[in-house]
Ligand binder design. Sequence first.
Ligand code: AMP
Length: 421
Amino acid sequence: MLTTGPRGTRDILPDTSGYWQYVEKTIRDVCQKFAYQEIRTPIFEHTELFLRGIGETTDIVEKEMYTFTDRGKRSITLRPENTAAVVRSYLENKLYSGPQPTKLYYVGPMFRYDRPQAGRYRQFHQFGVEALGASGPAIDAEIISLAIVFFNQLGLSDLNLFINSVGCPQCRPVYRDSLQAFFRDKIADLCSDCQSRYERNPLRILDCKQDGCTKHSQGAPHLADCLCDECGSHFTGLQQLLTAAGINFTINLRLVRGLDYYTKTAFEIQYAPLGAQSAVCGGGRYDGLIAECGGQPTPGIGFAIGIERVLLALEQQQLLPTVLNAIDVFVAPVGAEAQTTAFQLLTELRRAGIAADMDFTNRSLKAQMKYANKYPARFVALIGQDELVQSKVMMKNMETGSQQLIAAAELVDWLIGEMKK
Ligand code: AMP
């Protein structure tokens, strides 16, 4: 137990943390260009927030939350997603009193008691974006465009964007009735989850991945046929905007979110080569959520992207950066006497902003050269007996193999000049 982490968790080790930093840097670059600002909310919240904000009939709330009672007898839950917490923070910190929309992004770990497999973990990471306070389809198109630009910037282009409209509390009850009528004589053939969904939340039957349920939902009525005028024109508006921006999409009438506060736009981005876990981004509009959490009725839309899946896709496509830990100089003292001079030089280099390291384990010169190549280091600064006596350093360019003796006092300036070349 002591040497094994809990099921569904993973360590991000030094040989891969650079890939995470690369993806996170891309997130920050793209969000900055789209004028979204970062929000950091706590890892845990009151359980009640998720019961309200995600919905008591969802799989997340029914089966997947890490909930515990703290020492003050409060029910606390590790966040399984972050939209509810962003909405809580928006209300608590009165972000609505500034200019709207409030455009936010977050990056961080989420926790779900899921069945672990490749691309599915119990602690996983999401990059998400939320825009609160704008109701028109243009912000929906902007959010979708942000996700696409993010994937494209990483080099992933083989993406499928699916969109749908899930209507609103005005038009959905009509659809709900026609859906219940459609499934009425099929209830016995549905999975047990869907049997209970039939009464509580029949839209979610369309979302079920069980073979029987998928088969029986063929031919089910489409919500798109029941949309009210406002939802209909929002959906048409979104399609026009995406087309104008050159963003390809497919309408998927089975894409649903069954809860009342999800409204209008729902979308998903799939990266097919990932197979069973091909969903890399899920999002939608939630015009009823802020009121559900106790605020004034305020529109909102957002998405979440699973970072582990993005990394899997990048790895499959060989799109990960190859050089992660490069340094400018490796200082190689030969013999115990050279250690102090080497350390002094190392400190000077670092103070000057040069990425540098040195040998700390008395390796032989040959072993040090091999070690320096692993970073890789651009130069090796060799300090042996001769160099010590002359207050010089032998600089070896690891790319070209050329060597040059440089006065120790001039090393920083010399290196800065070399690195500009
Ligand atoms: P959701 O919040 O369920 O809409 O999920 C949004 C995205 O988060 C999905 O498209 C996945 O990329 C990712 N995701 C969801 N659950 C997991 C999980 N258990 N492990 C890894 N990634 C996940």
